[in-house]
Design a protein around this ligand. Structure first.
Ligand SMILES: Cc1ncc(COP(=O)(O)O)c(C=O)c1O
Length: 357
């Protein structure tokens, strides 16, 4: 499908300074509409608000999915590349299936991102800042009634974001969520759909009010096993292995999680995908068997966890500071983001200069 381009009449200059997260967007966006069983009108247009009917299904039944990935400026030659966008495209289409939405052709998806990034290439900040890419699909059909929409809008917005580490490496203080659950077997936990996040807002707000950075979700059935965090996966470092929850249907299959697993393989360290029991984690933190804990995800890459709060008590992990393996993995991944990888060249997708003509 041809992607048409309408350029902004007078695009604003890129911002400078601290970008924060999700506050600034480039002057253009990609849009495409689903109607009569097919995608129509793939186009890049000036960034603009939507007009939607108040009865559009997205407002009532939450039929919505999204993705999040980053493009980086190469620290050496200044070229622009995305990190493993093929994994995000695949995950987006898996979310489509679960949420009863039409899939997007992988090549068209990639071309849309390449063109959109290329058009405002000068907005891609110097590494370790990055350009965040947010593809989204919403149900736009007018009409109430719990039934999948027959109309959708797929759009992509992009904007510069600051490095999570700008303020230094601050180990996270996490609270185990003992009351609410994120997802149950057979639910939508593995799909990146807005409802999973809105259901998490209350427990995260409560934890933050109590002085913690985020929460650790437990399994819905027994409340015994660690699943993941609010918007990151979590890994537990032992002497002989690194343990994390398996990529079943209740957690988001993080691209960073998968990449960390591969990096551990490169280091000859066993990566064990087996649900960690929270009682064991706490006991191992006290006995010293548990050496380090870290969170991983696109936003925070690899971030140390210093404290886990469970059953009314704070439990310190190691000496509460970033451990050596966490640091090694963080530097390995941020290095790949900035300069690419000899070992995993397929992780880097260069945005071709002139992709947008
Ligand atoms: C619930 C949840 N888990 C894990 C992750 C980490 O996934 P990724 O590494 O693909 O960013 C995210 C990030 O979007 C998330 O929202």
């Amino acid at each position: 499908m041809n992607i048409s381009v309408s350029r902004h009449a007078s695009p604003p200059a890129p911002p400078t300074g601290d970008f924060g997260f999700g506050q600034k967007f480039t002057p253009h966006m990609f849009k495409m509409d689903w109607k009569d069983g097919t995608w129509h009108d793939a186009r890049i247009v000036p960034y603009e608000p939507f007009t939607l009917d108040p009865a559009a299904k997205v407002f009532h039944y939450g039929q919505e999915i999204f993705e999040g990935m980053k493009a980086y400026r190469h620290g050496g030659d200044g070229s622009v590349h995305m990190f493993r966008p093929d994994r995000n495209i695949n995950r987006f289409n898996i979310s489509c299936e679960r949420m009863c939405m039409p899939k997007v052709d992988n090549e068209l998806f990639m071309q849309a991102m390449e063109m959109l990034i290329d058009l405002d290439r000068h907005w891609v900040p110097e590494s370790p800042d990055a350009l965040y890419i947010r593809p989204t699909m919403i149900a736009t059909q007018r009409g109430l009634g719990v039934k999948a929409s027959t109309e959708y809008c797929f759009f992509i917005i992009v904007g510069p974001v600051g490095s999570y580490f700008a303020g230094g490496i601050n180990p996270l203080r996490l609270r185990v969520e003992e009351k609410h659950v994120r997802s149950a077997p057979g639910g939508t936990g593995y799909a990146k759909t807005g409802g999973n996040y809105s259901a998490a807002l209350l427990p995260i707000a409560e934890a933050q009010k109590a002085g913690y950075d985020n929460i650790i979700w437990l399994d819905a059935c027994k409340r015994e096993y660690v699943e993941e965090m609010g918007a990151m996966n979590i890994m537990f470092v032992y002497q002989d292995r690194v343990q994390t929850a398996p990529a079943g249907d209740t957690i988001l299959h993080g691209v960073t999680r998968e990449s960390v697993g591969a990096l551990l393989g490169d280091l000859g360290i066993t990566w064990q995908e087996k649900s960690p029991a929270i009682a064991q984690v706490i006991a191992d933190a006290h006995s010293g068997k548990l050496k380090e804990v870290f969170a991983c995800g696109t936003a925070a890459v690899v971030t140390p966890v210093g404290v886990i709060h469970f059953k009314g008590e704070d439990h310190t992990i190691g000496d509460g500071r970033e451990g050596p393996l966490t640091k090694q993995l963080r530097l390995a991944l941020t290095g790949i983001h900035a300069k690419g990888s000899e070992k995993h060249p397929e992780w880097i997708h260069v945005v071709p200069p002139g992709a947008c003509g």
